[in-house]
Design a protein around this ligand. Structure first.
Ligand code: C2E
Ligand code: MG
Ligand code: MG
Length: 704
């Protein structure tokens, strides 16, 4: 309002009435605080209003250019925010009330007005209009803010038990005004059952004054039957005694954000291909299980760990797309029989792990392992490719007493390797000895690396006897490790590790070189006669691309006669890639070398390709020879092998020959060569040299 006098526009056609008003407002007495302006027609009044600056309009309803309702409608709309007080001639309550309802601040009946009444009415009208205006602005601001924020609004009258829900509140969830009641149940009955307890708890906490405000994210039922994520905020209002009488707040739609969050979280915790939990989530769940096991005495869980047999072969031969499809199909099969509380995860590549929670008995874990093996042994039909796989499964049980998930996974891994070492699809439960063994193996590997560099290896020689004449025909070179602390270590203990780590390659070459040098020396100096040398060629060594060059180099350097060198290979060497292996063996033969199949009879069915191999001799595995006991009845196997080899034009050697009885029988079977403790144990080069010089002769004693 202006600081100066209150400016009043009087719209009145009757000069007498106008004069009266003028007088009441003290216009005749100079400084009255009012400044009166007079218009005698509605049109004139509206023109003046347009110019602005008025604080109030005093309006007579019956004017020459307008009458009654028409008058106040025109003026009130023209007045805008300027308050209007209506004056009527007669006491027409109806019309006056209508005017007030339309926006007039007050109405006065002319013949009942005096100066006091008029002045008070004017002052009240101005003041009321000012407050109204303030309220309107504030409400407008509030409603703009709410609409702008796109939030729903709720207002709970605690005493009345009613809740006001704004249209937006309802629209957000697709409900119409009639669908939603007017009490708190209209809200709470739509909260997702899993969210309801926390919503209620937080409401109670806020109403009891334990929290500064109410804020909760929960899901609300949409009209379509689905749930939508919302954020509800609110504040309570208390009366003077501190009792809550009202609580109001907003409802924000956070569904999209929640969904994005959930998806990101899901993606971070799951494997993109199979949608199974990934390693991170698996470790999380494992941590929870460990904590559980620490708290609850009889709580038992198991972790099963495995990778797929031949997955690399499937991937390489049928392509990655088929490999991927296989992984997805396996995930599906695993999920089909596991309990809902169990976790099956893809840890990466072809590695899977299962957390079986709260099992009753360790046997439950082995039963799951058997079930996995059963499922995996059934063929997978991957778009025209029928694929078979299998798995060796390692199991760790919580009864071992774990404090970290790494320990559990480590032990399951160790157990898996133990299961694998048994060959085929097996499972193994971890126990302490496995751990010790794993540590020992690690130690062995470290020692072995050092030994290869430091040349701690010596070669021993075991004579191979020509059974036809009982004379030494040659030697097999057998490596030994002169361990600085443990003394002489035998190959069974370190060859597998050397093979696995690749250290067999440098080790193998150094043995072959040493043995060739020694044999060439014996041939030249000591006996001056032909001696054969058998060396063991590991699969890893055989796979080296420079195999032929290395051999030629050694033969040249040592002066070893190629026709005197025999390479002992094992059957599995041919299994992996038969065609290229056979070609390579052919080239070795072309050099003039002989190929012997070692440990014959222990490998896979070699008969199918045996005739294709350019091999010279098969060496019957010592397990068959050992079983040739008097009355043992196992001679047939040896007999069969001998006749088979003969049919293929090959020679036969027997290893592990320990008794005179075996010697005699092998002679009878016309087995060409024999090697074993009966003749001599493997000897160091000095003792072997002495044996050559001695030139012993062995004859089978006639059987008694
Ligand atoms: P292998 O090639 O089958 O060698 C024969 C094994 O039988 C030798 O064991 C030998 O000492 C043992 N043996 C010989 N006669 C008898 C007998 O009458 N009774 C019994 N019980 N055993 C007998 P060793 O020396 O412990 O070698 C074990 C294996 O280690 C070898 O089996 C061979 O596969 C591997 N190996 C040894 N030296 C080398 C090498 O320099 N390179 C490669 N790659 N492997 C080697
Ligand atoms: Mg051998
Ligand atoms: Mg052997």
């Amino acid at each position: 309002m202006n600081a100066g006098p209150i400016r009043i526009l009087l719209i009145e056609d009757n000069p007498a009435d106008a004069n009266l008003v003028e007088r009441y407002l003290g216009q005749d007495s100079g400084d009255s605080g009012f400044q009166l302006e007079w218009a005698d027609r509605v049109a004139d009044g509206c023109d003046r209003l347009k110019q602005g600056g008025h604080d109030l309009v005093l309006l007579d309803l019956s004017l020459p250019d307008s009458d009654g309702a028409q008058t106040y409608e025109t003026v009130i709309s023209g007045a805008g925010r300027v308050p209007v007080v209506v004056m009527t001639g007669q006491n027409d309550g109806e019309q006056a009330l209508a005017a007030v309802r339309e926006g007039a601040q007050d109405y006065l009946v002319k013949d009942r007005v005096d100066a006091d009444i008029l002045v008070r009415s004017i002052r009240y009208a101005i003041e009321r209009k000012r407050i109204e205006e303030k309220l309107r602005v504030s409400e407008e601001r509030y409603s703009l803010a709410v609409t702008g924020a796109n939030d729903g609004v709720w207002d709970w009258d605690v005493d009345a038990g009613t809740v006001y829900f704004s249209d937006r509140w309802k629209q957000m969830l697709g409900w119409s005004a009639e669908d939603v009641g007017q009490d708190s149940d209209a809200w709470l009955s739509r909260v997702h059952p899993s969210d309801l307890p926390t919503v209620k708890q937080q409401l109670v906490d806020h109403l009891a004054g334990r929290t500064g405000h109410f804020e909760n994210e929960h899901r609300l039922l949409e009209k379509g039957g689905t749930y939508r994520w919302v954020l509800a905020r609110g504040l309570s209002v208390s009366d003077k005694t501190g009792r809550v009488i009202r609580m109001a707040g907003s409802l924000t739609d956070i569904h999209d954000r929640k969904m994005t969050e959930e998806r990101l979280l899901h993606d971070a915790m799951h494997d993109g291909l199979t949608q199974l939990p990934n390693a991170a989530l698996f470790r999380d769940r494992l941590r929870v299980a460990i904590a559980q096991a620490e708290r609850r005495q009889n709580y038992l869980f198991a972790v099963l760990f495995f990778d797929l047999d031949r997955f690399k072969v499937i991937n390489d031969s049928l392509g990655h797309a088929v490999g991927d499809r296989l992984l997805v199909a396996i995930a599906r099969r695993l999920l089909s029989f596991l309990r809902p509380g169990d976790t099956v995860a893809r840890l990466g590549g072809d590695e899977f792990a299962i957390l079986a929670n709260d099992i009753d008995d360790p046997r439950d874990a082995t039963r799951i392992a058997e079930r996995i093996q059963e499922e995996l042994s059934l063929p997978f039909d991957l778009g025209g490719h029928e694929v078979f796989t299998g798995a060796s499964i390692g199991i760790a049980l919580s009864s071992t007493g774990y404090s970290s998930e790494q320990e559990v996974l480590r032990d399951a891994d160790i157990a898996m390797y133990r299961a694998k070492s048994r060959g085929g699809s097996h499972h193994a439960v971890f126990d302490e000895t496995m751990h010790r063994r794993a540590v020992e193996l690690l130690q062995l590997e470290t020692d072995l690396r050092r030994a290869v560099d430091g040349e701690e290896f010596v070669t021993h020689y075991q004579p191979i006897v020509d059974l036809k004449n009982g004379r030494i025909q040659g030697f097999e070179a057998l490596v030994r490790w002169r361990h600085p602390e443990r003394g002489l270590v035998y190959p069974d203990e370190f060859i597998p590790v050397a093979e696995e780590t690749g250290m067999i390659v440098p080790l193998g070459w150094s043995v072959i070189r040493q043995a060739c040098l020694q044999t060439a020396k014996w041939c030249g100096e000591v006996s001056n006669r032909n001696l054969a040398l058998s060396v063991n060629l590991s699969p890893r060594q055989f796979a080296q691309p420079d195999l032929i060059e290395r051999l030629l180099e050694i033969l040249r350097d040592t002066g070893m006669e190629p026709s005197n060198l025999r390479l002992e290979i094992i059957e599995s060497l041919i299994m992996d890639d038969a065609r290229s292996a056979i070609a390579k063996l052919g080239r070795l033969c072309d050099l003039g070398l002989q190929l012997h199949i070692d440990d014959f009879g222990t490998g896979y069915s070699s008969l199918s390709y045996l005739h294709k191999l350019p091999t010279h001799t098969v060496k019957i595995d010592r397990s068959f020879v050992t079983r040739m006991k008097p009355g043992g009845g196992q001679d047939e196997i040896v007999e069969t092998i001998v006749s088979l080899a003969r049919g293929l034009g090959m020679h036969v050697a027997a290893e592990g020959l320990e008794t005179s009885d075996q010697f005699r029988k092998l002679c009878q079977l016309k087995c060409e060569y024999g090697q074993g403790y009966y003749f001599s144990r493997p000897l160091d080069s000095e003792a072997a040299g002495a044996l050559i010089a001695e030139n012993p002769l062995w004859r089978p004693e006639s059987g008694e």
